[in-house]
Design a protein around this ligand. Structure first.
Ligand SMILES: O=C(O)CCC(=O)C(=O)O
Ligand SMILES: [Fe+2]
Length: 288
């Protein structure tokens, strides 16, 4: 079993990269923005994860979302089963924070483009103008005494990497998220920090950059006696987007052959159906 690390993930004040001038998309304070972009680039290379603060997202709306989520999970099972994912064709809909989080996703992708020397419009112009933006609300029941089951360590969400470009995660104040330190294999704790989101890189950004920016394994274990709620917002390429190593990054032939092209829609569906096989039969039924 790997050890806990005593490192902590960087916390980046991204105020300077979300305030652009209206006319041309330049940053209001280019020097401050350049400093943030550098921090983002370093965090992507070293950890694949970072916290953001001063992100401009309305905290009242976030609180409202979390309390609505909590009240849903507190309802009786019969009520919740009406919305069981097995019964879903596909849940599409509106939620109040969607637009704001999408805008934030574009701002962070702009900074990432800049940090790679590709320019701030690179990803939006080429790949993410119409992102695929799944959103989930997770409930991790309190589980203080169930560290092990049949000798195996138990997790609310087992070790995995995210599939797309970026994840913007809001967690409540319970904690339990851990991130692998790729250089040591230790687990870095990512505790709740007020008014922040945890941001992490997904597999597609790793493929575009041939691993320069990493999609890093993480997991969640709630060992407290309180329920935990989290809300990941995924900012992903469109289903039709074919992801190949970026020519602009002057990667070697060896690197490029390691990352063959994938169509994002095929990639994510294969991943989701592997985790939730019942959704595959539901989706096939829907296609008939
Ligand atoms: O609940 C969390 O903190 C993380 C969830 C997660 O890793 C995911 O949805 O991909
Ligand atoms: Fe994840």
């Amino acid at each position: 079993m790997s050890q806990q690390s005593n490192l902590s993930l960087p916390i980046i004040d991204i105020g300077p990269i979300i305030h652009t001038t209206d006319s041309d998309g330049n940053y209001q304070d280019e020097q401050a923005a350049a400093n943030v972009i550098k921090q983002i680039g370093q965090a992507c290379e070293r950890f694949g994860f970072f916290y953001i603060k001063n992100h401009g997202i309305d905290e009242e709306l976030v609180d409202k979302l979390m309390s609505e989520g909590r009240s849903f999970f507190n309802k009786p099972l019969d009520y919740k089963n009406q919305y069981h994912m097995k019964n879903s064709k596909v849940y599409r809909g509106y939620f109040e924070l969607g637009g704001e989080l999408t805008k934030l996703g574009h701002s962070i992708m702009a900074a990432i483009g800049e940090s790679l020397g590709l320019g701030r419009d690179f990803f939006r112009n080429k790949f993410t103008s119409e992102p695929f933006i799944p959103f989930r609300l997770f409930h991790y029941p309190s589980d203080p005494n169930a560290k092990f089951e049949n000798g195996e360590e138990r997790f609310g969400v087992g070790k995995h990497q995210d599939y797309g470009c970026l994840t913007l995660l809001k967690q409540d104040n319970v904690g339990g998220l851990e991130v692998e330190d790729r250089s040591t294999g230790e687990w870095i704790s990512a505790p709740p920090l007020e008014k922040t989101f945890v941001v992490n890189i997904g597999d597609m950004l790793e493929r575009w950059t041939c691993g320069r920016y990493k999609a890093v394994p993480h997991r969640v274990k709630n060992l407290t006696n309180q329920d935990r709620l989290s809300a990941p917002f995924f900012f992903d390429p469109n289903f039709e987007c074919v992801v190949t190593p970026l020519e602009e990054l002057a990667l070697t032939e060896e690197e490029k052959t390691k990352w063959p092209p994938v169509k994002y829609g095929d990639y994510i569906l294969a991943k989701v159906f592997a985790v939730f096989p019942e959704l595959k039969s539901a989706a096939l039924k829907y296609e008939e």
